[in-house]
Design a protein around this ligand. Structure first.
Ligand SMILES: C[S@@+](CC[C@H](N)C(=O)[O-])C[C@H]1O[C@@H](n2cnc3c(N)ncnc32)[C@H](O)[C@@H]1O
Ligand SMILES: [Zn+2]
Length: 274
């Protein structure tokens, strides 16, 4: 269980006062207490902030994404992200919507002097992420009301997950920045062409409220999928899994290898000075 580096960095999701570490739990002055799970994460999503019983990605999606990512298809994106982070020694980084820690754990290992945090609303995903890293401070929480006190972070990373500008502004330092990965124009276009008659192209991501775009880097790669399991996992981890008809799915899986475009924008957003 990673010990919070500054005791006041977590705040109570119920009463907003600071949380202090007491053996294996975080406690506030009003008696609210949150235990660390044996995997080393802390659950900071009280029922009043939950919109469903098990919010976020469910176990099927988490497992499918994990198995797909383990095949290395997105390793180049992870490496590009790491290169673009350019964080100074002893700075603090938060992965908002970290999923099962594919990017978070890699970055924490590559940047040992950075204090790394990961937040996701899916307990299933955070449990998996925390099991595989003793360095990252993981919590189950919502991006809309993160469990941190003001101006904690130098960098927020956000990969295919929702982002709430106002909340990022609250927890980022004034000169902090967001590095966000979003699908670009032709992302998975060949898959869309198998499902829709007139597939739409992705439009560019807009800056979160209160932020402006500082720079954008396009990251493009063509991959070849030879294994039907990988393609099924890709369907399950995206909304295409429930949009594709059984006939189209059968046709798709029997027509390998499948050549697929991966097209991402890596956007850097900074707080709007105006
Ligand atoms: C497409 S996945 C991306 C996960 C990870 N960043 C990756 O790329 O492997 C989106 C993630 O956002 C999480 N998520 C959705 N709504 C959220 C919210 N309001 N607060 C925090 N996480 C959220 C989901 O549980 C899921 O893990
Ligand atoms: Zn409290």
């Amino acid at each position: 269980m990673p010990i919070p580096s500054d005791p006041a960095e977590y705040k109570c999701p119920i009463c907003n006062t600071s949380l202090l570490l007491n053996t294996k739990s975080l406690q506030c002055e009003n008696g609210h207490s949150f235990d660390y799970a044996k995997e080393g994460y802390v659950h900071l999503l009280p029922v009043q902030l939950k919109k469903s019983l098990n919010p976020g990605d469910d176990k099927n999606m988490v497992v499918a994404r994990r198995e797909f990512l383990q095949q290395g298809y997105y390793d180049f994106l992870r490496q590009t992200l790491l290169t673009e982070i350019q964080i100074s020694t002893n700075e603090k980084l938060l992965d908002l919507g970290c999923g099962e820690g594919f990017y978070t754990n890699f970055i924490a290992d590559a940047l040992p002097d950075t204090t790394t945090y990961g937040v996701d609303i899916s307990k299933e995903a955070v449990k998996y992420a925390a099991k595989r890293s003793s360095k990252v401070h993981y919590s189950v929480a919502t991006n809309a009301h993160t469990p941190f006190s003001e101006q904690q972070f130098d960098v927020i990373i956000n990969i295919f997950a929702p982002l709430v500008g106002k909340e990022c502004q609250r927890i980022l330092k004034h000169n902090g920045r967001i590095l966000s990965v979003a699908p670009s124009k032709h992302h998975l276009i060949e898959l869309k062409q198998c499902i829709y008659d007139n597939p739409e192209l992705h439009s560019p991501a807009t800056p979160p409220d209160g932020f402006v775009l500082k720079q954008s880097t396009n990251v493009l790669k063509e991959i070849e999928i030879n294994n039907p399991t990988d393609l099924e996992n890709l369907l399950t981890m995206t909304p295409f899994g429930w949009k594709i008809t059984p006939e189209k799915k059968r046709a798709l899986l029997s027509n390998l290898p499948f050549i697929l475009t991966l097209d991402f924008d890596l956007n850097e957003f900074v707080i709007d000075p105006n």
